[in-house]
Design a protein around this ligand. Structure first.
Ligand code: HEC
Ligand code: HEC
Length: 440
């Protein structure tokens, strides 16, 4: 009680303080501040604030690495391991992580090699008739956004990459269910390790000849002057550059971020009311509580899997359906998935790891009802925080406004390169995408 009083006095002083600087600090701002507590906890660093962005000690952030990674992420010129010659050099990381779609694809599943088409946000990409489903590059889960991924100590829906964080103690499992995770033993950093494997999985090859032919030699030289020349033009350095770029993808221009920095007018009243529901009655922050509004914690909500919702190259037997348990082999981890970040989600549905919800409204309804939809997930695994919330229609609407608009950075275009060095159409370079994107 005493604590609470002191707190209220503190808040009032804060309000007076803001009033003096002519910042409007209304009752909604007060309530938000009180519910959130430490505002610093949710503030994202600026993209060039290298001292405050989490990074790997073996891959310190530099502007030249980020500059190189920004082009490589979208560069189809390294796509030389395509399954069929028609698709050579037609895809990139950006085929599945599309900036205008919140760095996810605008459809239920990402397809890189073996896909054709783009549309506006990747929503019209389909399997090429030259391929059969088993040959395409597609995974059995909805792609995660790479926004704010610097704050993810263990990447993927099952947290399998990264040697620190929640993976301390799982060493015996590295390389077992997924051979790629053996890279954790090299202690490079979650992103640095994952992306070396990612370049292989996504059929992107780096050799000195290709780096030279695509016009990147001077950029690798500038980014990695200390790496011996024999080791300078490889998947490892490419991964380090791409990882540095990914760590710079921070949604600092979202209204909520601007509000946290003191601009009380950055958010509309319905977004503020939505934030109050998020941090208050709905208790979304019991799980979504790190700076990216996700967390490296695994919880089961009992949602459907991708094979049930139109995913290709996946099935009931897909190890990805088991979540964290598929990686650790521990029964208590079965069907539990990492709590994802929440910025720019309104830019593309569908939602959840199995793409079972088309809209944010449906997601909120799912949380509000608190009834698992996947009968394969035993009740004993479902999170105790997943239960009926009793939200009113107004509260649900406000919650959607907070997530769709309050957490939307409207300027992700700053993370897209003006050009890539090969001169190819990007992020996709197949003939259908080229026509749809207006590339010549
Ligand atoms: C074919 C589509 C596709 C392509 C191409 C692709 N990704 Fe992904 N990406 C995914 C999917 C699907 C996931 C989630 C997989 C999972 O967790 O099971 C993912 C997850 C990630 C994550 C983890 C994010 C997190 O929060 O844990 C990172 C980082 C990432 N991708 C980077 C890249 C990079 C770098 C490239 C290019 C080398 C790339 N991706 C190419 C589909 C793709
Ligand atoms: C029990 C922990 C928990 C709580 C409480 C929780 N979430 Fe989540 N949230 C998750 C997990 C875990 C996922 C991913 C589930 C999956 O796909 O298997 C998720 C997914 C989401 C997604 C979809 C993200 C995507 O990339 O598809 C949204 C949106 C979301 N949550 C918003 C909310 C809101 C709003 C609330 C409050 C009403 C909330 N969450 C409460 C754990 C939680």
């Amino acid at each position: 009680m005493i604590m609470r009083k002191t707190y209220l006095i503190f808040i009032t002083m804060l309000a007076i303080g803001f009033a003096c600087t002519h910042e409007p600090f209304g009752t909604l701002d007060l309530e938000m501040t009180q519910l959130i507590g430490d505002l610093e906890q949710y503030r994202l660093p600026d993209s060039d604030d290298f001292a405050n962005i989490p990074q790997s000690p073996v891959n310190p952030l530099t502007a030249s690495k980020i500059n190189l990674g920004k082009m490589l992420f979208f560069e189809p010129g390294f796509g030389v391991e395509a399954m069929h010659p028609q698709n050579l050099k037609t895809f990139s990381c950006g085929s599945c992580h599309i900036p205008s779609a919140g760095f996810r694809p605008g459809r239920l599943q990402g397809i890189a090699d073996g896909g054709l088409g783009f549309g506006l946000n990747g929503e019209s990409r389909m399997m090429s008739s030259d391929y059969v489903a088993s040959e395409i590059d597609a995974q059995g889960a909805r792609p995660l956004s790479v926004l704010n991924v610097a704050f993810v100590s263990n990447t993927m829906w099952n947290g399998s990459f990264g040697s620190g964080g929640v993976n301390v103690g799982t060493e015996a499992r590295w390389g077992v269910a997924d051979p790629g995770t053996a890279i954790n033993h090299q202690q490079l950093g979650a992103l640095e390790g994952q992306n070396i494997e990612g370049l292989k999985v996504h059929r992107l090859l780096y050799t000195p000849e290709l780096v030279e032919a695509n016009g990147y030699k001077p950029f690798f030289d500038a980014a990695f002057p200390d790496v011996p020349v024999e080791e300078r033009y490889t998947r490892k350095t490419a991964s380090f550059a791409i990882s540095a770029y990914l760590r710079s993808l921070l949604t600092t221009e979202a209204p909520f971020q601007r509000w946290l920095k003191g601009d009380r007018e950055a958010m509309s009243d319905d977004q503020k009311r939505g934030a109050i529901v998020f941090f208050g009655k709905a208790g979304c922050n019991r799980c979504h509580n790190e700076p990216n509004l996700g967390s490296v914690v695994f919880q089961a909500l009992g949602v459907e899997d991708l094979f049930e919702n139109g995913g290709l190259k996946t099935s009931l037997a897909d190890l990805r359906n088991l979540g964290r348990g598929g990686f650790t082999g521990n029964p208590e981890d079965l069907y539990k998935f990492r709590v994802p970040q929440l910025y720019n989600l309104g830019d593309s549905g569908p939602y959840f790891h199995g793409s079972s919800k088309e809209t944010l409204e449906e997601v909120i309804e799912y949380f509000n009802n608190g009834v698992p939809e996947n009968p394969r997930v035993p009740a004993s695994q479902i999170s105790p925080f997943f239960h009926p919330l009793g939200l009113t229609a107004e509260e649900k609407k406000d919650l959607v406004a907070f997530i769709r608009d309050g957490l939307r950075d409207p300027n992700l275009q700053r993370y897209v390169p003006e050009q890539i060095m090969s001169g190819l159409c990007f992020p996709n370079n197949d003939y259908v995408s080229k026509a749809q994107m207006g590339c010549n």
